[in-house]
Ligand binder design. Structure first.
Ligand code: TXA
Ligand code: MG
Length: 309
């Protein structure tokens, strides 16, 4: 059910949950300070309780109230990229954030989204928790129809059209004194490195320190089994997920991610294509993975690999 901003505000004040567009993907929004509303989010998404939520703020200065100490690097990044698709994880004053929102960790994740509707809503309410608006483990929602598919036609959603990026925010944390990317996303490593003056590490799941327990769960996956193809000549009678400028001789059906010259367009389309496979009851699809591993393509590759596990 499409709702307007005022209705969304009323629902949120009543401890309800609404779907909200952001520049990355749609989010399921609820008051950050309401245990009831947060529990609703976990049960709606069927999300494991040990996967913490991102607190979405209306402006940069709001984060200072929550942080235990001010980390120069993280705050420099936030100041530079907010509003935008960067999430920073910092040590918090524990009493400022409900344990259920942060999976009982001593850290919490924050971002200021840049979508005008999301920003207006947050600024008129209070900070909002906003996980991606999809059932846990499934591809994120980048269109209103995806939200309604996962949560039902009557679920309240603010219509912001298709999300501009289509990939989630990049999550960054300070670990052992230096910034590490704990979830890659649409804000790229090189852009972060330019501001930090050093290249952040990419956090490895098997490091002794478990940053976020939620990282162990399966992500972005359609029901269809996904397999990878890199030779271009053996698609006979297969369902193929590929690129507009390529031919896949003999393929039974081709789902186009977009053009290889437009990684931004592919990002925007990625979850829609994965969802389309399920819509069409496809049981197995072969993905053309023959593309460069740089820039956004690297993130697209990572998402596809996770979707295929
Ligand atoms: O683009 C986005 O970030 C979207 C939009 C709606 O803002 N939100 C989103 O939320 O992707 P979600 O809940 O689907 O993903 C949040 C990620 C998870 O990987 C979670 O483990 C990580 O952020 N995270 C949250 N709190 C954390 C913490 N304290 N330490 C490490 N990672 C954390
Ligand atoms: Mg998610």
């Amino acid at each position: 059910m499409i709702i307007h901003l005022n209705k969304a505000k009323d629902l949120i004040f009543c401890d309800d949950v609404v779907a909200v567009p952001t520049e990355t993907v749609y989010g399921l929004a609820a008051r950050f300070d309401s245990e009831i509303a947060i529990q609703k989010i976990f049960s709606l998404k069927k999300r494991p309780k040990d996967n913490p939520l991102i607190i979405h703020l209306g402006r940069y200065e709001d984060i200072l109230h929550f942080l235990k100490s001010e980390d120069e690097d993280l705050l420099k990044l936030a100041q530079y990229f907010w509003p935008g698709p960067l999430t920073i994880v910092g040590q918090i004053k524990k009493e400022t954030i409900l344990p259920c929102a942060r999976a009982h960790l001593e850290t919490a994740a924050f971002r200021v989204p840049s979508h005008p509707l999301a920003l207006e809503l947050i600024r008129e309410t209070k900070p909002l928790v906003m996980p991606s608006a999809n059932l846990s483990g499934r591809p994120s929602a980048t269109r209103v129809e995806h939200v309604l598919h996962d949560f039902g036609e009557d679920f309240p959603v603010i219509d912001g059209g298709d999300c501009r990026s289509g990939l989630e925010s990049t999550v960054i944390a300070k670990i052992n004194g230096s910034c590490q990317i704990v979830r890659s996303g649409c804000l790229l490593m090189d852009d972060i490195a330019d501001v930090l003056n050093y290249k952040p590490l990419v956090y490895k799941k098997n490091d002794s320190l478990v940053m976020s327990p939620g990282m162990k769960y399966r992500h972005y996956a359609p029901k269809a089994k996904l397999s990878f193809f890199s030779e271009k000549d053996n698609f006979s009678e297969q369902i193929v997920v590929g690129f507009l400028e390529r031919e896949y001789p003999g393929a039974k059906r081709i789902y186009h991610l977009g053009s290889l010259s437009d990684p931004q367009g592919i990002s925007k389309n990625l979850y829609h294509v994965l969802r389309q496979l399920d819509h069409d009851l496809i049981e197995q699809a072969f993905i053309d993975m023959d593309f460069p591993r740089e820039g956004l393509f690297k993130i697209i590759c990572e998402r596809l690999e996770k979707a295929a596990i």
